[in-house]
Design a protein around this ligand. Structure first.
Ligand code: ADP
Ligand code: ZN
Length: 285
């Protein structure tokens, strides 16, 4: 039987058809416009297949509290056409099959856990450092949601001593996302991150913020592996800097093992999101 996967992002929605093993048989990328127009195209893509179930990894914030009347509704997003849009309700109307919905980062984390950089561990954290910063957590094959879902990108981090940048987060200013997302780097230094590759100071400051957040995540969640993805992490120089700073901050209080195996790159590339969405519908590893 076939399973549908939807990776719903602010700029594109990737749809795929696959099987329980995670093998993708067909895929299509649809640009994100207003909900109705976009989801009509999503429905048209899947209409060629007989699906058993559908998994959705969505941008957020999204209500993931199953006991709530607004379960599966997009919440306070700056994408105004999608604000308070009942995404799960609409998909249920369109497909009438079991639908499993989670955050995009939880889906990405589950994908890496099942098929990629987290294959050999029982728990892992996936962090994306891109236009925004977000993280998903998987423990024993299940993603963690809690009350709505974690928003780990918005933790408060201490200012770097040489950094006077106030941050770009509209809610908190200098939270992690405010200080270390791609747009934060661009605003602080006046140029996009990929043009700053040779400026060691840029990555020293970036690693400071990421490492403080990651040290806290490590102490709070105790994941066996931390996978760092997203556009900003294409700066390879960040990996050794972040590992070294996290090691220093935790100061041997907890055993993180070999730091090169503790903080790693993702393995799945382009199919990570849809494979994760499909994995949401399958309960075993
Ligand atoms: P999104 O978060 O929107 O899904 P990405 O994960 O690709 O998309 O992140 C986009 C952000 O990453 C942009 O702010 C961009 O400037 C930044 N970025 C992309 N490539 C690089 C790079 N090589 N080095 C540093 N920053 C980069
Ligand atoms: Zn914030």
């Amino acid at each position: 039987m076939l399973i549908g996967g939807i990776e719903a992002g602010g700029t594109k929605i990737v749809c795929a058809v696959g099987d329980r093993s995670g093998e993708i048989k067909a895929k299509q990328s649809i640009s994100t416009r207003d909900p109705d127009e976009t989801l009509q195209e999503v429905k048209a893509f899947f209409s060629d297949y007989e699906l058993e179930s559908l998994g959705v990894g969505s941008f957020g914030p999204i209500n993931l509290n199953k006991n709530s009347d607004t379960y599966g509704m997009i919440l306070n997003t700056p994408k105004t056409a999608w604000k308070h849009f009942d995404l799960l309700g609409r998909l249920q109307q369109d497909f009438r099959i079991p639908i499993f919905i989670d955050t995009d980062v939880n889906a990405a984390c589950l994908s890496e856990y099942r098929h990629g950089a987290g294959k050999d561990v029982n728990s892992c954290l996936y962090i994306t450092v891109g236009t925004g910063i977000g993280a998903g957590l998987v423990q024993e094959g299940r993603t963690f949601q809690g009350r709505t879902h974690p928003e780990m990108g918005h933790v408060i981090v201490p200012q770097h001593p040489d950094d006077t940048f106030p941050g770009v987060c509209p809610y908190h200013g200098n939270c992690l996302e405010g200080m270390a997302s791609g747009p934060a780097i661009e605003k602080r230094h006046g140029r996009k991150g990929h043009l700053l590759a040779d400026d060691v100071n840029v990555w020293e400051i970036e690693a400071h913020y990421l490492a403080h957040a990651i040290a806290s995540y490590t102490l709070i969640l105790s994941p066996e592996r931390i996978i760092l993805g997203g556009g900003v992490m294409k700066q390879d120089v960040l990996f050794p800097l972040v590992r070294q700073k996290v090691f220093g901050l935790v100061n041997d209080y907890v055993d993180m093992g070999n730091m090169n195996e503790f903080i790693v790159t993702p393995e799945l590339g382009d199919e990570q999101g849809v494979k994760g969405a499909i994995a949401l519908t399958v309960s075993e590893k």
